[in-house]
Design a protein around this ligand. Sequence first.
Ligand code: ADP
Ligand code: MG
Length: 273
Amino acid sequence: MIKIEDVTYEYKSLIDDSIQQAVKNLSIEVKNGEFLVILGHNGSGKSTLAKLMNGLIMPTRGDIFVMDMNTKDAEKIWDIRAKAGMVFQNPDNQIVATIVEEDVAFGPENLGIPPLEIRTRVDEALEVVEMTEYKKHAPHLLSGGQKQRVAIAGILAMKPDCIILDEPTAMLDPIGRIEVMNTIKKLNKVENKTIILITHYMDEAVEADRILVMEQGEIVMEGTPKEVFKQVDKVKELGLDVPQVTELVYELRKEGLDLKEDILSIEELVELL
Ligand code: ADP
Ligand code: MG
């Protein structure tokens, strides 16, 4: 789906011309249908990487291919953004219309899709995110979780194969977080969308097929959630948490209990105990 080949990205300071490498010699392949989570503390380069994958910024060195289209190819940029849609942290910054269904129609309208087809796409997208009953509502009256699902519907209406979400739940309350996570899981499992989710919530990361951990623009850990989170000390050294249940197992093991170390769910632990 996405191929990142030895990519470096440098921000140049406007003040003193100094250069900061936000992404360093990174190579990643994201497979079709994969649910990938990217973790890393603040400033590790996650948002820069997301913008690179969406063609919002261009690599300083190296190449990025979205379904074999190079993000540097100016003619392909709208195809790339339609195929790999992006959802940002703040839902208020993503909503452009005063009625939900108009907001969802905005993307496909810009792609020049015929009106009848737009109507079908909007209805389908609202159905997937379970917001059909709000289609005539004003977005600013919705909860954060609902707004974020409308933003996701707006991306879905462009029929993407891949959706990149940069901390989509960071500004939501616990209920909104659960709603949005359920939507994201459904997009992956039912709608077969490739998902790239940037998050700092470990209970969201355990849902992934694969986790990448970034630190200073580089990938420092990679593996399934079990492979990553069983390395509790390493994850903590990188300034991140492990899921609560994994932490509990870690403490119990230190006290001498003979438990396996790669436990990610309460159900698993209860069964073992
Ligand atoms: P993350 O999303 O993991 O918090 P970012 O990709 O936002 O990380 O930032 C990576 C590094 O690049 C940070 O050191 C940050 O200060 C720097 N950076 C991000 N955006 C800019 C910018 N527009 N100009 C200069 N430096 C930036
Ligand atoms: Mg960020």
